[in-house]
Design a protein around this ligand. Structure first.
Ligand code: HEM
Length: 118
């Protein structure tokens, strides 16, 4: 059973993604990145986050993530905040420590294709 199924499938993960989106868009540091996103593109981003974290298990193509993010001037500190938000939701929604560590490790593996400034 994969992590998607283990925690209750689409209803659980859609709550997870909604919480994630509201926290990144309320974050003082990250909200600017999302300020021009159109409502119809939100679903694509949410599904992309699900795909890159849970479904591909860290094997989402790095060149694609690089193309999307490199021109956004994302710093290491932005990335750390993004990851902290993700971690806080894993905790709040009761994901086991073992599964959280696994997901956070694979997110860390994307750092080099997301971050473009120091
Ligand atoms: C500070 C960190 C990050 C910021 C500020 C950020 C910001 C954004 C923004 C603004 C978009 C929308 C782009 C657009 O439609 O023009 C986006 C798309 C996306 N992000 Fe990030 N991102 C970050 C980290 C990550 C990480 C760590 C992952 C993977 C785990 C990720 C995966 C994706 C995916 C898969 C999409 C888009 C999907 C698509 O259009 O198909 N992002 N991101």
């Amino acid at each position: 059973m994969n992590l998607f199924e283990k925690y209750g499938g689409s209803s659980f993960w859609s709550e997870f993604l909604n919480t994630w989106y509201s926290r990144v868009t309320c974050s003082d540091s990250l909200s600017n990145f999302f300020s021009r996103i159109k409502i119809e593109d939100v679903k694509t981003i949410l599904l992309g986050i699900l795909e890159s974290t849970l479904i591909s298990e860290g094997n989402y193509p790095k060149d694609v993530l690089g193309d999307i993010h490199k021109r956004m001037n994302i710093s290491d500190s932005d990335f750390n905040i993004w990851k902290k938000i993700y971690e806080s939701i894993l905790n709040d929604m009761g994901i086991s420590n073992e599964d959280s560590e696994k997901i956070l490790t694979l997110i860390e593996g994307y750092r080099s294709c997301i971050v473009s400034i120091t």
